[in-house]
Design a protein around this ligand. Structure first.
Ligand code: NAP
Length: 279
């Protein structure tokens, strides 16, 4: 059996460390507050928002919930974000995506002050990441780095292949691996010979959004496989982009779905909120 990289355990560790930090901050008179905005009532978004509120309560972060109707205009949403930008009590602002089609998500992301951009999606945060400056990092890829480090898996000098180049996962993932001195290849839907490229990887990160796409013929013997994918199958069970059963006896370590990368995203959001309050 390969090493199972336990995202539930590692995310719980991170939240406990943050809880202690928040307790100490409170003793020094510093509180941490996250504003969470949801527009409309997409059921999946409501679950994510609820989980974020629960994590805030656990860590000791105050959460302010703004549940806006589907018909909210872009102008109204911008006005709310500008009000929260100016509110010194609010340390972090999160707008749950996706937004309804009549709202321009890019413009909304740019409205959030880079100092409160706890999702790490603002162009300034992305730019800082690229040039190696301190800043907020997108939570899911930041969580992957924590999973690797806290599982004792070295990144430096390793062949890292990232499958997917989205702004929220693939691109920041590749920059973070590069920052850890990995030798990084980024692949996407136009990559030729994906199998051969993926097979070079000592660390393979699958973030392509295709259920069970990565089978054993994409994986080198002894590779570390990180599965970012998240899908529900016909029986409503969660699965990833990797066919876990097919690859498990070929790899040295792997993240399960559920219980791998998923829980890390919220833990890193909590990390970013605490950072926003202390920087
Ligand atoms: P996305 O925006 O759809 O991006 C998918 C990327 O994969 C694109 O860059 C696309 O290439 C590439 N791709 C698609 N099909 C491919 C193929 N056959 N071969 C190679 N590359 C291919 O998805 P995302 O937002 O990055 O999310 C990826 C997965 O992670 C999804 O399953 C999502 O649910 C999951 N996710 C999980 C978490 C978590 O907390 N665990 C957080 C975020 C996302 P092109 O650029 O060429 O189109």
């Amino acid at each position: 059996m390969p090493q199972l990289i336990d995202g539930k355990k590692i995310s719980a560790e991170i939240k406990d460390e943050l809880k202690e930090k928040v307790r100490k901050l409170k003793e020094d008179g510093v509180s941490v507050c996250l504003a969470v905005i949801q527009v409309g009532n997409d059921p999946a978004s409501s679950i994510y928002v609820n989980n974020k509120k629960k994590a805030c309560a656990y860590v000791g972060i105050e959460s302010l919930a703004y549940e806006l109707p589907e018909e909210t205009t872009q102008k109204e949403l911008v006005a709310l974000i500008e009000k929260l930008n100016a509110d010194s009590k609010v340390n972090g602002i999160l707008v749950q995506l996706p937004l309804p089609g009549h709202i321009n998500a890019d413009a909304i992301i740019r409205t959030i002050s880079p100092d409160k951009d706890v999702d790490g999606f603002h162009p300034e945060s992305v730019g800082r990441l690229c040039i190696g400056e301190e800043g907020f990092v997108s939570c899911t890829p930041a969580g992957v780095i924590q999973l690797l480090k806290r599982s004792g898996i070295e990144i430096e000098g390793k062949e890292c292949v990232v499958i997917g180049r989205s702004n929220i996962v693939g691109k920041p993932m590749s920059i973070l691996l590069l920052r850890e001195n990995g030798t990084v290849t980024v692949t996407h839907s136009r990559t030729r010979n994906l199998r051969e490229t993926a097979k070079r990887a000592d660390i393979l990160v699958a973030a392509l959004g295709k259920p069970k796409f990565i089978t054993r013929d994409y994986v080198k013997d002894g590779a570390v496989v990180i599965d970012v994918g998240m899908h529900r199958n016909t029986e409503n069970k969660l699965c990833g982009d990797v066919d876990f059963e097919d690859v498990k006896d070929k790899v040295s370590a792997i993240t399960p779905v559920p219980g791998g990368v998923g829980p890390m995203t919220i833990a890193m959001l909590m990390y970013n909120c605490v950072r926003a309050a202390t920087k």
